[in-house]
Design a protein around this ligand. Structure first.
Ligand code: GLU
Length: 490
């Protein structure tokens, strides 16, 4: 068995979408699982679609995601150049195209635009495709040479017979056979001398010893033409794995509008790289055991491409959020704090201990932007209704709460130590003396200092952060509020 070599072969045409990242991840995992090499090749022969800066996005994304390549434009492994426009300069594509011409598997075509425009078109998979009528295949050797000598513009086309069928094999889809008559004589070399994407891809995968190709199933329809090229050269084709489409929750193609189209967008929305990678790994692949959380290392260990499924994968942002939350819970606190700090600073402009607040929210948020909703009350108690003091299970009402708060106020005023532990002890002593349940006291205190039904910490944890002065002012305000609003409701 030859060494496993996979490649991620992006065309630099924009951001790195979830589907692209999944192909890259699977290629990386297949290589690393087998102790092989993962290569980066830039497919930039389609100059019209080239987007400035897109190559940098590819590097940045792979690097951030930890999908480090063993070979690539910046890392020579003896198979370079790794950028197709540079490979072209050596004449490699033209050389291989000419080999096919010699074998009768390709031919020069000098047809001009007007003639091509007059040819009939067919609708294939919703796209209008022109089926070339092999007009130039009948040119004699002399005619071809004369045209070339005269500098007539030309393309080189693949010669696909009108009869018979072509069969290719895909790991997920099995053997697929198509009638040759349905395949058009696709262009291999364009009139500007550049190879087409399809041709360069085949030549490069072979000459770079690629053993496994993973890509989106939008390429499935080109696969038979690839197979014919491999057969024409007498090359063994790599293992092909065409991945099912990733759809959104409504089973529509992922789009920018649905908010989860590119890796960078997800990171910007506050997701962790590790969670995104973990989640994307499961978009079409399932491990043997029923488990969902995997580090990249663990994915390398477990990844068996035979377990990739061909049913469409649904990108479920709710699931991704849950997974992100699991990563946050498991994260080392200092690392969490470093990432959470900017989000906390945006909300908390007072001089509170942000680390304490971070420790409170760590297990409660799914993504960092959730922090805002959990901590807003630290800056200001929101408007609330005194009915919030009523809690069935705690047996509290606005009236019992007012009584408790009034009794506690002098104790809180006299208290010097505002640490969570000391305050908690104070409340426990009060509870004991009163002979009531904990919640009967904790509920009104927490409501008074936060104005919220749900807070990231208990009453005394919140008071520790707020400090004596602010805590007292909130409790006094709550007493005043309960007194006035109680009168109003009487
Ligand atoms: N250059 C192609 C793309 O960006 C790669 C397809 C393939 O992996 O063969 O989609």
């Amino acid at each position: 068995m030859s060494k496993v070599r996979t490649r991620y072969a992006p065309s630099p045409t924009g951001k790195m979408h979830v589907g692209n990242l999944r192909s890259a991840l699977y290629e990386f995992l297949i290589a690393k699982h087998a102790g092989g090499d993962f290569m980066l090749r830039i497919e930039d022969t389609d100059q019209e679609r080239f987007v400035e800066g897109a190559t940098e996005i590819i590097y940045r994304t792979l690097d951030k995601a930890g999908l480090l390549h063993d070979e690539g434009p910046d890392k020579d492994g003896g198979f370079g150049p790794y950028v197709q426009s540079e490979r072209m300069k050596s004449g490699i594509y033209m050389e291989y195209a000419k080999k096919l011409v010699e074998r009768g598997e390709a031919y020069y075509c000098f047809c001009e635009k007007e003639r091509l425009d007059s040819l009939k078109t067919e609708i294939v998979e919703g796209k209008e495709i022109m089926m070339y009528d092999k007009h130039c295949l009948s040119l004699s050797q002399e005619e071809v040479e004369a045209n070339l000598a005269a500098g007539k513009p030309f393309v080189i086309r693949q010669n696909i017979p009108n009869e018979g069928t072509t069969t290719f094999h895909d790991e997920l889809y099995g053997d697929i056979s198509v009638e040759n008559a349905e395949l058009d004589d696709m262009i291999l070399i364009k009139s500007d001398g550049y190879p087409t994407y399809n041709f360069a891809n085949v030549v490069d995968d072979h000459t770079m010893n690629i053993t496994h190709v993973v890509r989106g199933n939008e390429y499935l329809s080109s696969a038979p033409k690839y197979q014919r090229l491999y057969d024409a050269f007498g090359w063994e084709s790599p293992v092909y794995i065409h991945l099912p489409l990733i759809t959104d929750e409504n089973h529509k193609k992922l789009s920018k509008r649905s908010g989860h189209a590119s890796f960078e967008d997800l990171i910007e929305q506050g997701f962790l790289t590790e969670a995104v990678i973990n989640y994307i790994a499961l978009l079409g692949w399932s491990p043997e055991e029923n488990r969902e959380i995997f580090t990249l290392e663990e994915l390398i260990q477990e990844f068996d491409y035979h377990r990739i499924s061909k049913s469409p994968a649904v990108f479920d942002i709710v699931k991704l959020k849950w997974m992100n939350g699991e990563y946050l819970k498991a994260m080392d606190f200092e690392e969490f704090y470093a990432l959470a700090e900017p989000y906390l600073r945006k909300e908390i402009t007072a001089d509170y201990d942000l680390k304490k607040i971070a420790a409170m929210v760590k297990t409660r948020i799914e993504i960092f932007p959730d922090i805002a909703d959990h901590v807003d009350f630290f800056m200001q108690v929101p408007e609330y209704d005194i009915s919030m003091y009523a809690h069935k299970k705690m047996k509290t009402t606005p009236e019992t709460s007012l009584e408790v708060l009034k009794e506690l106020l002098p104790l809180f005023e006299a208290q010097e130590d505002y640490s969570n532990d000391a305050l908690y002890e104070l409340l426990c002593n009060y509870v004991k003396e009163k002979g009531c349940k904990n919640g009967y006291v904790m509920w009104p205190v927490r409501t008074a200092v936060s104005g919220k039904q749900m807070t990231p910490g208990g009453a005394t944890e919140l008071m520790e952060v707020l400090g004596k002065e602010e805590s007292l002012s909130r409790i006094r305000a709550a007493i005043a509020k309960l007194e006035t609003e109680k009168e109003v409701s009487l």
